[in-house]
Design a binder for this molecule. Structure first.
Ligand SMILES: Nc1ncnc2c1ncn2[C@@H]1O[C@H](COP(=O)(O)OP(=O)(O)O)[C@@H](O)[C@H]1O
Ligand SMILES: [Mg+2]
Length: 339
């Protein structure tokens, strides 16, 4: 079994007008030291997925089905105490907004010491020494002086370095980073991403990187998931998906990249917008925006409108698309012809 093994995860929000299914049938795995990207437009369910992995979905949200095996144990069935151990020691999370993690009224050093002492039986002196070492690892200028500074005294980029230092504090196996650089200046974004990649590689830490930046995903991750309206619609090795996307939505995301536009032309945005989860279209949730519901010969593929597509395996990828399934069917040589 992989270090992290997620199967048929189903997450819902119990709202007054009924349950909204925020994740349906999400399955993937992560090997030790592996880096996985999760991409998709805003509202696709990426953050819900991140929080679910730590069993941190807050009410009215709940995990309605599926399993999350971490190191052989199912997080969805763990006691609160065991969960706290996993969250502290084994998996840590980096949020888009550093202030979600940093306490404004504590110095950087005090928060790091507090976090260490909550999880390990060590003296304040030992904890401060570890904190300093982690600040050195994230290459923050004058690390010793930072220990006594408060979050508001640091720039955005430095704060995110501190966040990475805190994420690494207890030597986790996996870091889940939810849009970790979105709030930063573009030039700083690249520095922080490079740092995160370097540290994960050096310490063999697995990374689940949530981002809407396909460029970053292709540079940093080995495997990726593409999410749409609460489902994974394509998953597989990052290079294969970036080089030869099969799902029309993934193709659309890649065509919408600025570098794919011919100079002087407008960006090739996917028409329309993602549906809200409480009002999903029939069949494939992407079908109202998809250019392939109609076949090349002018006939309509009814399945796109009527049936939720299941997964088909194509190359090393899994794709949930009726068109891809139909193409694979056509390529398949009937058994009698092989004989
Ligand atoms: N606290 C909540 N209450 C109700 N619905 C929620 C809540 N959080 C998320 N959702 C639902 O899950 C969807 C996906 O949210 P999210 O995972 O934050 O998207 P993103 O891919 O942008 O990170 C939202 O559009 C919303 O329908
Ligand atoms: Mg999000």
């Amino acid at each position: 079994m992989a270090l992290l093994d997620v199967n048929h995860l189903d997450v819902r929000f119990a709202l007054r007008r009924g349950d909204v299914q925020a994740l349906r049938d999400v399955s993937f795995s992560l090997e030790r030291g592996e880096r996985l990207g999760i991409v998709g437009e805003s509202g696709a369910g990426k953050s819900v997925a991140a929080f679910s992995l730590l069993n941190l979905i807050a009410k009215p949200g709940y995990i309605a089905g599926g399993s999350i095996h971490f190191d052989g144990r199912d997080l969805t069935r763990m006691s609160d105490r065991a969960l706290r151990h996993v969250r502290g020691h084994r998996m840590s999370m980096i949020f888009q907004d550093p202030m979600m993690t940093l306490n404004p009224v504590l110095s950087i050093g005090d928060q790091m010491v507090e976090c260490l002492k909550a999880h390990r039986r060590i003296s304040t002196r030992e904890a401060r020494a570890i904190a300093l070492r982690k600040l050195e690892q994230v290459q923050i200028p004058s690390p010793a002086a930072r220990l006594d500074q408060y979050p508001h005294e640091l720039s955005g980029g430095m704060r995110q370095r501190v966040i990475i230092a805190i994420a690494l504090l207890l030597d986790p196996d996996i870091i889940i980073a939810d849009e970790p650089t979105t709030a930063l200046d573009v030039t700083i974004q690249a520095e922080i991403m490079a740092l995160l990649l370097e540290l994960c590689e050096k310490h063999n830490v697995g990374l689940i990187l949530i981002t809407h930046d396909l460029g970053v995903v292709s540079q940093v991750t080995q495997r990726m998931l593409v999410m749409y309206a609460g489902r994974v619609i394509e998953q597989g090795p990052t290079r294969e998906i970036i080089n030869a996307p099969q799902h029309p939505y993934t193709q659309g995301l890649i065509n919408a990249l600025p570098q794919m536009a011919t100079p002087g032309s407008r960006l090739n945005q996917i028409p329309g917008s993602m549906p809200s989860l409480d009002n999903l279209p029939s069949g494939c949730a992407f079908h109202p925006r998809c250019g392939f519901v109609e076949r090349a010969d002018g006939t309509t593929r009814r399945a796109c409108i009527d049936e939720v597509p299941g997964f088909v395996t194509s190359g090393n990828c899994r794709v949930a698309c009726h068109m891809v399934a139909e193409m694979l069917d056509r390529e398949r040589i009937p058994a009698e012809e092989i004989r």
